[in-house]
Design a protein. Structure first.
Length: 340
C-alpha cells in the first residue's frame, strides 16, 4: 500500500520497571541490557521509534517477553512510559492531561484484547453500545450506531443474545464491534485471535481484512504468529528484548533480514506466501510478446498454479500495465521448493 500521513508515532520510547528508572535515564540516555541489569531494572521497552500511517495495518511481533504488548500500552498511555515522545495526530500524548487522555481514548481510540472482556449482564446490543453510553450519547442514537456495527461484523440477528449464548468467534466479533462503535482514529488489537480455534481464527482474519477494506483504519496489531502477520500486515516491526530490531514489509523481512535474529525468526515461513512476482522476475527479452501477464505485486502463491500449468513465459506488469520483466514456471518452482 502507499503510505499515508503518519497517524501515530513514538520517538526514543522507554519503559523501565524497577526503582530508580527515571534517574538512570537522566544520566544515561541509552543504557544497554548490562547497565539495566546492574541497576536492577527491567527494560521492557528500549529506545523504540516507529511510525503508523493512516490506513495501515502495522503489526508488532516478537516472542513472549519481547515488549510488544508493553509498547502498545505505552502508545495509549495505559502504561506510563519512562521516557520519550508519543505523537498522535501531531500532539504529544505525554503532555496531555488526564482529562484530555480520557477524551482521546473515548472518541479516537479503539482497543481489542485477547480476553473478550464482554459485560455478561448486557446483550450484544448493550455491549456494543456501551462505549457510546459512556460518551453520553442518547439511547436512540447509540443503539442505531450499534446496530450498524453489529451488521458490519456479521452478527445481525443476534442483537438480543447474551455473551454466554455466543461462540468464541462471535464473542470476539462483539469485542471488535464494541471497539469500532466510537469510530476510532487509531485501533489497537493485542493478539485478538490467539485464544480462538485455528479454523475460527482463520475466519476472523478474513473478517478483519474485510472490515479493513471497508473502514481503512490505522491499526497497531500485536501477534506472535508470523503466518498471521504476513497475511494481515502492510508492515511489521520485530521486537527482541524491548528493542525494535527491524521494520519492513513481510517481503523485506524475508529477503533483507537486518540481523541473524530476524533471519532465524522468519526462516520457516513459506516464501511463496510472502514473495511477490516482482522479486522473482527477470528482464524481458527483446522482441518477445507475452500472451499471459501477471502483476508485479501478485504474491507467488496466488499465481503459482496459473504459471506452473503453462509452458508459456509470463510477462510481469507494473501498476500502469507496462511490462517490466518476465517469469516462468522454473522461477515459481524454485520458490515453492524453498530454493529462491
Amino acid at each position: 500500500m502507499e503510505p499515508g500521513n503518519v497517524k501515530l508515532s513514538c520517538r526514543r520510547l522507554w519503559k523501565l520497571f524497577g526503582p530508580g528508572a527515571d534517574q538512570l535515564l537522566r544520566t544515561n540516555e541509552n543504557p544497554d541490557l548490562r547497565s539495566l541489569a546492574d541497576a536492577g531494572l527491567i527494560g521492557a521497552v528500549r529506545n523504540v521509534n516507529i511510525d503508523i500511517h493512516e490506513g495501515e495495518i502495522f503489526i508488532i511481533m516478537g516472542l513472549s517477553g519481547s515488549g510488544k504488548s508493553t509498547v502498545v500500552r505505552c502508545l495509549s498511555r495505559l502504561i506510563e512510559p519512562s521516557a520519550g515522545e508519543i505523537l498522535f495526530e501531531g500532539q504529544n500524548l505525554l503532555e496531555a492531561s488526564e482529562k484530555e487522555l480520557i477524551e482521546i481514548r473515548r472518541h479516537k481510540m479503539g482497543m481489542v484484547f485477547q480476553q473478550f472482556a464482554l459485560l455478561p449482564h448486557l446483550t450484544v446490543l448493550g455491549n456494543v453500545a456501551f462505549p457510546l453510553e459512556i460518551q453520553g450519547v442518547d439511547r436512540h442514537n447509540r443503539e442505531k450506531r450499534a446496530l450498524e456495527i453489529i451488521e458490519l461484523v456479521g452478527l445481525k440477528g443476534r442483537e438480543s443474545y447474551y455473551p454466554r449464548e455466543l461462540s468464541g468467534g462471535q464473542q470476539q466479533r462483539v469485542g471488535i464491534a464494541r471497539s469500532l462503535a466510537v469510530e476510532p482514529e487509531i485501533w489497537f488489537l493485542d493478539e485478538p485471535f490467539s485464544a480462538l480455534d485455528p479454523l475460527i481464527r482463520r475466519e476472523m482474519q478474513d473478517e478483519f481484512l474485510r472490515l479493513q477494506s471497508v473502514l481503512k483504519k490505522s491499526i497497531a496489531f500485536i501477534t506472535h504468529d508470523f503466518d498471521e502477520a504476513i497475511r494481515l500486515a502492510d508492515r511489521i516491526a520485530i521486537m527482541k528484548d524491548g528493542e525494535v530490531i527491524q521494520v519492513g514489509t513481510p517481503e523485506d523481512l524475508i529477503t533483507q533480514p537486518a540481523t541473524n535474529y530476524v533471519a532465524e525468526f522468519t526462516k520457516d515461513v513459506s516464501r511463496a506466501k510472502v514473495l511477490t512476482v516482482k522479486s522473482m522476475a527477470t528482464g524481458t527479452r527483446e522482441g518477445r510478446t507475452y500472451t499471459n501477464v501477471v502483476r508485479a505485486t501478485d504474491i507467488i502463491e496466488d499465481v503459482a498454479e496459473q504459471i506452473l500449468t503453462s509452458d508459456q513465459v509470463f510477462g510481469v506488469a507494473d501498476d500502469a500495465g507496462l511490462i517490466i520483466g518476465e517469469i516462468n514456471r522454473e522461477d515459481v518452482a524454485r520458490v515453492l521448493l524453498g530454493r529462491a
